[in-house]
Design a binder for this molecule. Sequence first.
Ligand SMILES: [Zn+2]
Length: 395
Amino acid sequence: MTTAPVPRLLVVHDDDLGMRFGGDHPTDRRRHQLAVALCRESGLLNLAAVSTAQAPGPMPDEGLERVFAPAFVRAMHRYSRTPVLAAEPEARQWGIGGDNNAYPGMHEDSARVCAACALAAAAVADGRARSALVPAGGAHHGLANRAWGFGIYNETAVAIQTLLDAGLERVAYIDLDVHHGNGTQWIYYDDPRVLTVSVHESGHHLFPGSGFPVETGGAAAPGSSVNVALPPFAGDDAYRRAMSRVVVPVVRAFGPQAIVAQCGVDHHHADPLSHILTTMPLYPELWRALRELADDTCDGRLVALGGGGYEPCTAPPRAWAALAAEMAGVAVADPVPESWREIALAAGCPEPARGWLEDPGPAPDHDRDHAAAAAAEEAIHLTVTALARFFPVLV
Ligand SMILES: [Zn+2]
């Protein structure tokens, strides 16, 4: 009897996955729908190295309660069943309201994404897939008892917890989203099994206002939290430097048994919510660095999630499809399939790109960019200084 080879990549997705906050809320499902459509139209999903799975039903409460407080889960059920109750002052204490408005089915939508992330992590933990990708996952601001920042349940924590519950003892979490991965950091701040590493725009300038180099882990887990807080306008080179100077060496030194990566691309220059100004050519470099890091440290065990990226037609679809290609071990070539451009046009994207890395880039401003590059070096230096006693390799 022959056994089927383990796929290099499992993609967990269906087009019903994701939150539905309504109105012009930034969490537009087209972001990940068009990414998976580009994977499909490029032939990536038909490769022998790639398998796909539909997201399962909502994660049961006992699964959610591995990470989240039972009272919080009960409150989310209540506001999801009866959204009008979210007018009560108590709802604010649970993080419901504003960017996280209650709507019918809110709990189920979030719990489904959690289930997708858990499926991906479980497949990697038990060897059914070498790596797994959930483009619709990646909510990273929520706490164990509070919804926060476009998310109800912290989906990255569910992926991490699934790996821990499968028996792994060292999990590295790498968060490349432009916003600090605060929820995930605080949930595991005192847990020496989890190293959280976040590269983001400084909390002096951007939500959620945390993620400074001095946040290096709690008393029970010193050196388990790493933050690179980049200045506005830092651009591609700052992300490259943060990766090579900080992320790669600390994760290597930690020696994880698996890596969970939050691959938000809301640092792109067209994104309405940030000021870092990265461009498309950066992303395949980041994905390659992640994949090589996983290959070198933990036999390729990488659970990659989407994340921020709020200009749904521009960066997220091509960035996350390129991530799938890197994880599957194949190269993509221009032009992007015309059939995908037609899908994107039909989805309301006015001028879908013809090239994978096509990007006019931000308007150049020499003085601004020069000052930002110097400030970015200083930011990376601050992180290295804060972490040197935990990671001598940085010095
Ligand atoms: Zn973000």
